[in-house]
Design a protein around this ligand. Structure first.
Ligand code: ARG
Ligand code: ZN
Ligand code: CA
Length: 253
């Protein structure tokens, strides 16, 4: 794919308290992080260990708040909805008007991104191929953007980078097999890795016989802290491309 693609985003802010009603500034900070991370324009890309520098990918995907709503009217791409629910889980309620949430815009034309008080997760995503009504990503308001309610160590917008990675069909880098060595992320250029990494590990961290370079724990699809994750690989970029050429092709038409 030669051209950069731009994905229209609708942000649904579902709030019971004013704190949860995140500001436009906080929303813009999140969109800015996505645009850095999916273009290898994040300043911390310079921290990728030299052994993997050539693998670090500019995925050539950009994001902007939608300027047209589903009926064709002008919009700022933000839906704000007051709720009586004090928090949400991963039961999809935040995605429906009649369950205290905000209903999805057509998933073939928008990336739906919900922000709410989410417990106990930082975020969750729907992979391509699922029902349109629940398609998109949900991000907790304390793990959203880089300002306002964003709280350390999840205050650099990487939860959304990770969840949008899933939405574009990326799997966890350790292969979702617990700590085992047989799980696969279906990407050839990511090292085989035991389990998830947390915090900010020191390089190298060896598992599954992957010495000397070890786990690629600075990959956005690991579970490290926001400040410790800063790359997608070219293989992951190819997988996202296949998604945008296949199940999500209507978004880039
Ligand atoms: N799906 C993961 C969770 O909710 C998100 C992990 C995001 N990691 C991060 N450093 N922001 O547990
Ligand atoms: Zn994940
Ligand atoms: Ca594994």
């Amino acid at each position: 794919r030669a051209d950069v693609v731009t994905i229209p985003v609708v942000v649904h802010v579902v709030y019971a308290s004013e704190e949860e009603n995140v500001s436009r500034e906080q929303i813009d900070s999140q969109i800015a992080v996505l645009n850095q991370d999916f273009r290898k324009a994040n300043p911390d890309a310079a921290k990728v260990p030299s052994v993997w520098r050539d693998l670090a990918d500019d995925a050539r995907i950009e994001f902007r708040l939608a300027d047209t709503d589903p009926s064709g009217a002008a919009t700022d791409g933000i839906v704000r909805r007051r709720t009586t629910r004090s928090s949400f889980g991963d039961d999809e309620a935040v995605k429906f008007d009649d369950r205290g949430g905000s209903s999805a815009w057509p998933a073939d034309r928008y990336l739906n991104l919900w922000v709410c008080r989410l417990e106990p997760w930082l975020g969750y995503a729907q992979f391509p191929g699922g029902p349109a009504e629940t398609d998109g990503v949900v991000i907790g308001h304390t793990a959203f953007g880089t300002t306002g309610t964003a709280a350390e160590p999840y205050n650099l917008g990487r939860t959304a980078t990770h969840e949008v990675g899933h939405w574009l069909n990326l799997r966890h880098i350790w292969g979702d097999d617990g700590d085992g060595c047989s799980g696969d992320d279906f990407v050839a250029d990511t090292p085989n890795q035991g389990g998830p990494n947390f915090g900010a590990p020191a390089f190298p961290h060896i598992s599954c016989g992957n010495a000397p370079d070890g786990d690629m724990f600075m990959n956005f699809m690991d579970y490290t802290d926001d400040r410790a994750m800063f790359m997608f690989t070219k293989g992951q970029g190819e997988r996202m491309d296949a998604c945008l050429a296949g199940p999500r092709s209507s978004l880039v038409a």
